[in-house]
Structure formats: structure tokens, C-alpha cells
Design a protein around this ligand. Structure first.
Ligand SMILES: C[N+](C)(C)CCCC[C@H](N)C(=O)O
Length: 264
């Protein structure tokens, strides 16, 4: 099984993430300490996503990464491989994403000497507290919504990327760096635009249960959010998600392709 894809997915994800970090932090104006936690999480999640994607595509098409560069596999195969990557990565992403959302939404001011401690003192303390207060399943709160958000949208992500590359590359050649950058950026925007409605729901589910349970499940959260705030609730964060999605995924795909190419 080609492991290069896993490693390339990890490194390229980390590069994209460093670039996207400022956007992620302004997204909720909460505090988000340091980069080590996001780097560990992206290492795990992106290597699973890219590794599963490439290996499923390989199994479906019997073409290697290099062969796929010159001959585009069918969009159905690309979509299925992307969706499979989306499903599998959810199991890894769910606890990391939950911790991120809980830390970002922490509204207590920074710790003052002698003042009250924040509820979560950092990612590890946050994980331990959730485990203690909400049980092991608590670490997967919102995971269904996350899976619904990421399965089709990661299919779309890879279809956009491969399609754009294919259309802008002369037959039989590798896509240029500029093409890869723009294709990755568009893939990021397309998938984030499609993912935003369920991103709103996912974050609400992840925050639910801190004080009292408000939602019965994903559908209930969709219905009551819509009733209380109207259709526009599903577009919250659309601009910042897209603005972040372009550079992060442009850099992710460029470094991914570069690494795979240089490993030959
Ligand atoms: C599927 N969804 C749109 C949620 C994400 C797709 C891109 C993933 C990338 N790590 C990023 O953070 O932008």
C-alpha cells in the first residue's frame, strides 16, 4: 500500500494549516493556544484523508498516482474515493474538532492572577474534562453532523481539484504549479461553500450539553436553528470559510503534488 500519500497528506496539510491559522482564530474570536495541537491533529487527519483517498482510487482504477496525472479517472471514482476518505477521516477528526470548537468558544477572559480558572486550560485538559464530565462518547459529540458535512463535500473537493487540473493541462502532461494552486484553492472554496450549512449545525451540536441538552439530534438542531433564526443561519461563516479555504487548500495541494512528484 503506497504510504507516500499518507506522509504527503500530513506534511502538506500542516503547511496549509500554518497559513490558515490566523483565519481560524478570528473565526470565533476565542482564544486558541499555540500551534502544536492543530499540527498534531492535521497530521493525523490529513494523512488519513489523502491516504484513504489515493488508496481507494488506486483500488477502483488500478492506476498509480503518476498514471492518474496523465489520464483522469472517472469523476464517479474520484467522488467515491473522496467520500470514503471523508467517512474515515471523521473518526479521527471528531475529537480534535470538538476540542477546537470548545476552546474557541470559551468566553471566559484570559486567566487573571487570583481570578477564576477557565473551564478548559488547554487541549489536553479539555479532552480530559470532556471525558470525565461527558464520558468517552462525549468526545464524539457532533460526529454525525461532522460526517454528514464532510462525506459529500470531500467528494466534491477532489472532483473539483482533479477536474480543474485536467481541464487546464495539455493532454499527457503534469499540471503546472499555478494550475495546482488554483485548482486546490477552488476545491477548498467549493467544498467549504457546500459544507457551511452543516458546519453551523455541527458546531452547535458540539457545544450542546455543556449546560443542558438543547437538541435531540442533528435534525432537531437543523429545524430549531431554522425556526429561531431563519434560512440565513445556514450561511454563517460562509465568507471567512471561503477566504480561508482558498489559500489553505492551494498550499495543501501544491505541497502534496510536489512531495509525491519528488518521491517519484
Ligand atoms: C470538507 N471541508 C469543506 C469541511 C473541508 C475540506 C478541506 C480540508 C482542509 N483541511 C481545510 O481545512 O480547508
Amino acid at each position: 500500500m503506497p504510504v507516500e500519500e499518507f506522509v504527503a497528506g500530513w506534511i502538506s496539510g500542516a503547511l496549509g494549516l500554518v497559513l490558515g491559522h490566523p483565519f481560524d482564530t478570528v473565526k470565533l474570536l476565542g482564544f486558541f493556544k499555540g500551534m502544536s495541537f492543530p499540527l498534531v491533529s492535521i497530521a493525523v487527519v490529513n494523512s488519513v484523508l489523502f491516504g484513504v483517498y489515493s488508496n481507494v482510487l488506486l483500488a477502483l482504477t488500478a492506476m498509480s498516482h503518476q498514471e492518474r496525472r496523465t489520464q483522469l479517472p472517472s469523476y464517479t471514482h474520484v467522488f467515491i474515493a473522496g467520500c470514503t476518505g471523508g467517512v474515515i477521516q471523521t473518526f479521527f477528526l471528531a475529537p480534535f474538532d470538538l476540542i477546537k470548537v470548545r476552546l474557541q468558544n470559551q468566553t471566559e477572559p484570559r486567566v487573571q492572577p487570583g481570578g477564576p480558572q477557565p473551564r478548559y486550560r488547554g487541549p489536553v485538559h479539555c479532552a480530559a474534562t470532556i471525558f470525565r464530565e461527558e464520558g468517552p462518547r462525549g468526545l464524539f459529540r457532533g460526529a454525525w453532523a461532522l460526517m454528514l458535512r464532510d462525506t459529500p463535500t470531500l467528494g466534491l473537493y477532489f472532483v473539483t481539484y482533479e477536474g480543474f487540473c485536467h481541464q487546464n493541462t495539455p493532454h499527457g502532461q503534469n499540471p503546472s504549479s499555478a494550475t495546482v494552486l488554483v485548482a486546490g484553492g477552488f476545491a477548498g472554496i467549493a467544498s467549504w461553500v457546500a459544507a457551511t450549512p452543516l458546519d453551523v449545525i455541527k458546531s452547535r451540536m458540539q457545544m450542546d450539553g455543556l449546560r443542558r441538552r438543547e437538541y435531540q439530534g442533528v435534525l432537531d438542531c437543523v429545524v430549531s436553528s431554522f425556526r429561531q433564526e431563519g434560512l440565513r443561519v445556514f450561511f454563517r461563516g460562509l465568507t471567512i470559510n471561503s477566504a480561508r479555504g482558498f489559500p489553505v487548500n492551494a498550499v495543501t495541494f501544491l505541497s502534496y503534488e510536489y512531495l509525491l512528484h519528488s518521491w517519484g
